[in-house]
Design a protein around this ligand. Structure first.
Ligand SMILES: [Zn+2]
Length: 270
């Protein structure tokens, strides 16, 4: 009895974990559980894992991209102009936006190309393919296809603007305030929001350690975002807004209950 209970709890936890990280994975897991008969055969478990993996990959890459539009979301296709920073974003179905935002990011990438040839719009987490109100953990606001995170633009050790980024996950390598700059991070942490900089733990490692933010190219990118009439809000840390000298009412402070935004830009439709 106890063994049965602990097995059931384990299965519920796997279901929750897969649902939180991939949206469709939890349901697929249940379907595979119900469709395979129990067996004492040694390879029974392995077969189940393989069946789940194949079903997941087929759904993610061959089926969901075609049915998501029925539910008002589109998969962002990788092109030279718009790219996902990591393959895992696509593997976990975190690369969907609504058609309006898709057009907006295409337009941003076009203007970015005009000011910075060869520079792509590199995105991080967007939204899941289905269900308005379903959050994309840990971004609780990415629930409706109208939000996306975009990387800053960097320059290498010889000051050449590049598509490389310093963090493997795309998050957690901060452009922190320098001494004389306004320090929102300190203020939020003093108020008790200890998790304000918790993304420093999810870099998944750093690469390209010589990279430095290109203030010029990142400003070009921000100006291209601001110029889109459909964009309602842009989040970056106040010290970067001041450093880049961009004063526009669309650039807002997200509040201490969110995480710090000096490692990426969050943008959302009106
Ligand atoms: Zn965001």
């Amino acid at each position: 009895m106890l063994k049965k209970m602990s097995k059931l709890i384990c299965k519920i936890l796997v279901f929750i974990l897969l649902t939180i990280t991939t949206q469709i994975g939890g349901i697929l897991y249940i379907l595979v559980e119900f469709s395979t008969r129990r067996s004492i055969h040694k390879k029974y478990r392995l077969k189940k894992v393989m069946l789940f993996t194949i079903a997941y990959l087929v759904m993610t890459f061959l089926i969901v991209p075609y049915i998501a539009p029925i539910f008002g979301r589109e998969k962002i296709k990788d092109t030279k102009q718009i790219e996902s920073h990591r393959f895992i974003t696509k593997l976990l179905n975190r690369n969907y936006v609504n058609p309006e935002l898709y057009n907006v990011i295409k337009s941003i990438s076009n203007s970015l190309r005009q000011s910075n040839r060869d520079i792509s719009l590199i995105y991080l987490d967007a939204n899941f393919p289905f269900i308005d109100g379903f959050p994309l953990f840990p971004h609780l606001s990415h629930t409706d296809g109208k939000k996306i995170d975009i990387s800053f633009i960097y320059k290498d050790s010889i000051n050449k603007i590049t598509n490389q980024k310093p963090s493997i996950s795309g998050y957690g390598v901060f452009e922190a305030p320098i001494k004389q700059e306004y320090n929102q991070i300190q203020i939020c942490k003093k108020k008790g929001y200890w998790y304000y900089d918790f993304t420093k733990y999810i870099t998944l490692g750093t690469v390209n350690n010589t990279l430095k933010i290109s203030e010029k190219a990142t400003k070009d990118l921000l100006l291209a975002i601001i110029a889109q009439p459909q964009i309602g809000k842009i989040f970056i840390e106040p010290h970067l807004k001041n450093r880049l000298k961009i004063h526009n009412p669309k650039i807002r402070f997200h509040g201490c209950q969110a995480v710090r935004h000096d490692d990426h830009i969050h943008l959302q439709l009106k």
